[in-house]
Design a protein around this ligand. Sequence first.
Ligand code: FAD
Length: 290
Amino acid sequence: MKASAFAYARVTSVANALDLLAAHGERAKVLSGGQSLLPAMNLRLVAPELIVDIGELAELRGVAVKGEVLTIGALTRHADLLKFPEIAAQAPLLTDAVAHVAHPAIRNRGTIGGSLAHADPASELPACMLTLGATIIARGPSGERRISASEFFAGIYETALRPQELLVAVELPVTPTSSTHYFHEFVRRHGDYAIVGLAAQASVKDGRFTDLRLGFFAVGDRPLLANSAGKLIDVAITSAMLSEACSALDEELSPLEDQQATPAMRRRLAKALLVRCVSYLLSRPDLRAG
Ligand code: FAD
């Protein structure tokens, strides 16, 4: 299938893009890497009247570290996220996760801003944003808005972005060097969308978590920062406690059915990930056996 007819504008400034979005509202779509938008147009799942191509806006590309904040431009490609030493040093969870996003050809075009704005609940990067406590920066006709990742993802392919807004950057608190992380996803083939995945970050002292953030994906209509983690903080974890946290997790998840898995299978895989993650982060293989 081919996309229905559309007008195309390649913008040369953010202001130019915002003017077009203000004039066309929901009838326009921003084009970044095109790795999700173009297939959706070809399948006629979306039929924008105008494509606003922001691909030439160099100011939206790249990474900067200022004090305790790592800023990533919206147009930074997945492949570049893997190359920046600042990301490997200041947000190592993200480097691990990006390696699981699709395949090299797609990572060479797809962007972080596109992935977050697209908000596929099975995507790796939205869950990482929750785990890392990111702030999403949107620019619109009345200036800039800062949206916490926990408020940004609103449902399947739905976000808090308004039609006249452009996602321009993401801010992440620099990961403390004492933190440790875990990333794993169940997939049929490397590079596929996850059946269930977990992006976690933790601080551990004397064999106990002093902080634990568990960002699950493909477990509902949006990524989930699991409250169940709270049960595992500041306690000496036993197998029984971990089972209790798994039961609590079960209540938090609202997995969907698709051709990859049933909700029951997703629940089971999410619990398996929780056990593996805790055992890995505390280096306690005995918990897995339990
Ligand atoms: P685009 O396709 O250009 O845009 C996507 C959507 O976001 C559109 O609605 C667009 O209007 C909007 N948008 C884009 N940029 C902005 C912005 N700056 N401001 C506001 N709105 C914006 N992704 C994964 O996470 N994991 C996978 O395993 C995975 N596998 C894939 C496999 C295949 C075969 C394909 C084709 C894609 C896969 N993807 C996967 C998606 C890929 O990562 C996309 O690159 C990403 O989801 C969207 O980024 P993009 O820059 O291409 O955005």
